[in-house]
Design a protein around this ligand. Structure first.
Ligand code: THU
Length: 130
């Protein structure tokens, strides 16, 4: 699947977000190695810290459906520019997806592509627990 299509799906996913308190809408689309897509939006709750980011919504949906191998994740928001994943999501994506492509998407569909290892160098991972 090409980056532009994944970018469009992230923009579509943003419509499902529920940022009740921040009004900051984020969408993510995660591509599995065999070409399936899992979409997610951020979900906020009245106990603010229990909020979940769009990236983790998409990824936990995929993991809970049995997916284990991933290729790329596209992320978008309403920011005039790119929304880069938060520190918590960097750890989770790095841990569960490895060194996948992270495709940042602006509302006007510009794209910036990074490797996960670029966004989280020297990552702690399961190999440290062996
Ligand atoms: N948020 C995401 O969903 N992903 C990010 O990468 C950055 C932040 C959400 C969390 C919260 O609902 C809102 O954006 C403001 O922080």
């Amino acid at each position: 699947m090409d980056d532009k299509l994944l970018a469009d799906l992230a923009i579509e996913a943003k419509k499902t977000s529920m940022p009740t308190y921040s009004n900051f809408h984020v969408g993510a689309a995660l591509l599995t190695e065999d070409g399936k897509i899992y979409k997610g939006g951020n979900i906020e709750v009245s106990s603010y810290s229990l909020t979940i980011c769009a990236e983790r919504t998409a990824l936990f949906k995929a993991i809970s459906e049995g997916e284990r191998k991933f290729k790329a994740i596209a992320i978008t928001s309403d920011l005039d520019g790119f929304c880069s994943p938060c520190g918590a999501c960097r750890q989770v994506i790095s841990d569960l997806c490895g060194d996948i492509d992270v495709i940042l998407v602006s509302p006007d569909k510009k794209i910036e592509k990074h490797k996960m290892s670029e966004l989280l160098p020297l990552a702690f991972s399961e190999k440290d627990l062996k």
